[in-house]
Every structure is written in C-alpha cells, then in structure tokens.
Design a protein around this ligand. Structure first.
Ligand code: HMG
Ligand code: MG
Length: 310
C-alpha cells in the first residue's frame, strides 16, 4: 500500500507526559506548555485527566488547567475520563472531547483503573453514551496491545475484541497502545490488518511508547498499512505510573523529523514544538529523550560555540 500523504498527530506531552513526572508541575506551567503546543499547528492536544487525584496526583489540577488554557481555533483538547464522576468534572469545565481507557490485559486494567476489562466496558458504555448525548467527540484507548507489564498473555484477537466493543458503544476513534514499548514491527503487521477487518482505518490511531527504542520502527510499519493517526509526545515525555518500567511516548520531534523527511505532511511546525519542549524541560528535573530534540539542541550549542557536542 502507498504511504499516506498526510498524518494527524495527537499530542500527549501534557497528559501522558506530565502524569509520569515525579515532580508535580505547577498549574501555570502546564497552561503555558499547552498554550505553546497550541501554536505549533497540532490540531489535537490531549490536555489532562479527570481521574482520581489519589491515582494520579500529578494531574489533580485538571479543572484549573483545562479552564486556564487558551483554546486555539481548530484545535481540540481531549481529556481522559475513567468514570461518570470524571465525565461530570470534565463537562463542568466545558470539555467537548473525552477519552475512555481500558486495555487488552486484565492484570493491567485492574492495576490501572481497579476494574476488570468487562467492568471497564460497562462503565464506559455509560460514559460514551453521555458524551455522545452531549455532542462530544469520544476516543477509546486499548492499552497493552503489544504486551502486558505483568506477564499475562495478550493476543491480537484480544485487542480486536476489546476494540470492537469500544467502537460498538460509539467511540469516534480508537488509540491502540503499546503502553510498555515492547512491540516490534512484525506485531504491527499482524495487528493492523486484524483490526482493519473490523474497524475503518481512518478511525484507528496508534500510540507507541519507546521504552526499548522500537517506537519509530513500529510507527513506520503501521504507516505502511495505511494508518495515518499517531500519538506522540513533545520531547518524548510519558509513561504510565501503573505500568512498571514504561517510559516515554515516541517524541513528536522525532516523528515530525521522519515524516517531513519522507515528504509526508503533518501541518505541524517542528521548531515550534521544540520551543514547547524547551519550555517544559526548563521546569522539569531531567533532560528530554527525543533524539531529534537532542540533536537540534546540540547543533545550536555547536553553532553558538558553547562546545556541547552531539
Ligand atoms: P477506585 O479507588 O476503584 O474508585 O479507583 P472509587 O470509585 O472507589 O473512588 C475512590 C476515590 O476516588 C473516591 O474518593 C472517589 O470519589 C474518587 P474518596 O471517597 O476516597 O475521597 N474518585 C474520583 N475523584 C475525581 N475524579 C474521578 C474519580 N473517580 C473516583 N474521576 C479509578 C478507580 C478509575 C477512579 C482510579 O483507579 C483512577 O482514577 N485511575 C486512573 C489511572 C490513570 O489515570 N492511569 C493513567 C492513564 S492510562 C495510560 O496512561 C495509558 C494510555 O496512555 C495508553 C497507553 O499508553 O497504552 C492512555
Ligand atoms: Mg500512554
């Protein structure tokens, strides 16, 4: 199949990224970060999570963040909701795009949201119905699609089964997650056609964490099957506190560098994403993992004669 001519990126830095930081980022810094991301050409910026603040204290200020950001025209700001309580909180601050999240692994679902997969689907049936009634856009996540952090078996058919149930309840789009970054391209080659037999390709996104360095290879494999919606994170931030060992999402700068180099359009300005990453690096206590971000920083440092080498 010919590669897609354009790709839509769904930015994860503010949600998947900041949920996994040891330090709690100040609300005004989160708002500034998201406002910078809004200037990049990204049209989808996942903003925060209306989950239990006991489960994810890093995002306990979800309402303040959502209310405080500048909503750029043409940009959607989805938020995660795990149950009706989260739905009502999100709705009360004007969210019009939500994401529910379950998984293919029972063990992970239990740790992450304290539900079995069936219980999560029953919970989300109500949430999705409420969202559709209120005119919201709804995404469904299927995590651990390439492997579980707890060693329980995940097969492509299990991923397809959960995905079909989420679509049947009314999700507009699914994001299929390699939560712990263990997937390899041959798994993508098996999973995408299996999903595409049941779900239109233009309603499928892929969400690759880069824990073992295979995220870009997996993304390219999915691209070859016609997938054209991908999740990525500015600077490569990310990880799930309930998935031991999981590190960041594939870096937005890395995806842009590769896609633009291949002549695939995204509508996103790499330099502006880098500016947002620089800002958030300034408030975090560590460097960023995106290789392209690092390479561009090193090139600038060389040009400025500071002696930092790539
Ligand atoms: P629980 O303890 O079973 O729930 O947690 P509960 O209903 O018994 O409630 C416990 C307490 O939380 C109660 O408060 C509730 O009111 C409160 P208390 O009476 O003890 O004071 N509560 C809430 N508060 C605010 N907002 C809410 C909410 N719900 C309950 N929405 C629950 C179950 C689902 C709530 C919890 O486990 C939870 O919030 N989990 C979220 C975990 C999470 O956010 N994980 C990261 C996102 S998933 C991810 O990163 C993967 C992804 O990136 C894709 C990939 O990589 O594969 C998406
Ligand atoms: Mg994730």
């Amino acid at each position: 199949m010919a590669l897609p001519k354009s790709v839509t990126l769904v930015e994860m830095g503010a949600r998947d990224g900041l949920q996994n930081e040891h330090a709690v980022v100040a609300t005004h810094d989160k708002i500034r970060y998201i406002d910078l991301l809004s200037e990049t050409g990204l049209r989808w910026i996942e903003t925060t999570s209306f989950v239990s603040p006991k489960a994810i204290p890093q995002l306990a200020d979800a309402a303040e963040v959502f209310a405080g950001i500048r909503k750029a025209p043409g940009v959607r700001y989805p938020v995660l909701v795990p149950n009706m309580k989260g739905y009502e909180r999100a709705k009360s601050v004007g969210a019009d795009a939500i994401a529910v999240f379950t998984a293919a692994s029972e063990a992970f679902t239990k740790r992450n949201i304290n539900m079995t997969i069936d219980e999560s689907l029953a919970t989300f049936r109500d949430v999705v119905a409420a969202g559709k009634r209120d005119g919201m856009w709804v995404r469904g996540y299927v995590s651990t699609a390439f492997g579980s952090p707890f060693g329980d078996l995940v097969t492509p058919q299990m991923v397809v089964d959960v995905s079909v149930k989420l679509m049947e309840m009314g999700c507009d789009e699914l994001s299929i997650g390699d939560t712990i970054g263990v997937g390899v391209p041959s798994q993508v080659d098996e999973l995408v056609p299996a999903l595409a037999r049941a779900i239109p390709l233009d309603r499928l996104a892929f969400h690759f964490h880069d824990t073992r360095g295979t995220a870009l290879a997996n993304l390219f494999a999915a691209l070859q099957h016609g997938v054209h919606i991908f999740d990525s994170s500015a600077g490569g931030l990310g990880g799930c506190p309930y998935a031991p060992g999981a590190t960041g999402n594939v870096g937005t700068e890395d995806v842009l560098n590769m896609l633009h180099g291949m002549g695939i359009e995204t509508g996103v300005d790499l330099a502006k994403v880098r500016a947002a990453s620089r800002f958030i690096r300034g408030v975090l206590d560590h460097d960023l993992t995106s290789k392209t971000f690092q390479a561009l920083e090193a090139a600038d440092a060389r040009a400025a004669g500071t002696g930092v080498s790539a």
